[in-house]
Ligand binder design. Sequence first.
Ligand SMILES: [Zn+2]
Length: 359
Amino acid sequence: MKKFLSLIIILSLMIVSYAKPKNVIVIMGDGMGYNHVLLSELLCQANNLEIATKNFQVASLVRNDTLDNVVTDSGAAATAFFCGEKTKLQYVGMDKEQKSLDSLGRILKREGYKVGLITNTRYYDATPAGIYAHAHRRDTEKITKDLVSSNFMDFFVAGGFEKLGVNPFTMKPKKDSELKKINENGYKVYGNNYELLFDSNQERFMAFVAPGDKNFENELITGELPFIDVVEKTVEKIKDDQPLFMFVEAGRIDDASHINNTEAVKSELLMFQKIVNYLTKEFNPEETLFIIFADHETGGLSIFSSTVDGSDITIKWNHTDHTGTYVPFLTYGNSKDIFPKQMHLENVKDVLLKTLEVE
Ligand SMILES: [Zn+2]
């Protein structure tokens, strides 16, 4: 009987360990409120594209307030998500006393995950900085230093090429450029549009695929890769059997919303759907937890009227800044039900680590 019981215990432990996700893929829409998500779905309908978010469920009603304001910014929200702690506006990867916090990325790297981030904004923007930096969000110098010395990510793809020691006229790296230092830390380094700048015998890489932010998808310049191509090129390079923690930011939804640029926000939201569609097909949902979330809403966007097929949509803007709303938090795939029905962004990290059985 004792033997039988221990067999049952061993078997159930095996089931539990099999049940946890091998990969965690987070797709974040900066500034993407629930109305933005609805708009992205209507745009799919109008363009005969699959609505990728239809596979997702609303996992939790999520708040994002900071220690000093109900309306957050990308820095404090990224800190809550990556570091599991509410902080003050403008702080990235630091608590209210400016003490450095450990990020999900660093923790999961120590646990043997392949860890990386892809964004269409600058590397020193507050959201991508949340995974590696400890700084005020406007302190580009410190954020850059933290990136160069971070040394834990397996891949990192962003814009902001021009801040890493390139000659502003030729756009080629200077002798003592930060790009070279990153290479000396053991990374392949790619530049504009994924052009190889510095090779390495290591697999890991950083790519700075645009000067500044990538352009809005409806305003790409000749030869500029659409964001989906950047994501696909990255996934082709990183896909193997190692467990994966990947954070993909559709970061320009926020910028388009700040300036109430309706056409740009539509093109960015359609791109967001294409990326979700691609990733949910590329990675097996039985072994992957997919999370879609937003750090905050921007613009007070509302759908004023629309035909049911999304072919004639009128939207209204109410604001040019972030607003205080509950933010989307959607899940799909393995372990999609792990989150409490109501939470704050700062709770995500602990729930995830518990599910992944990380102390
Ligand atoms: Zn913003």
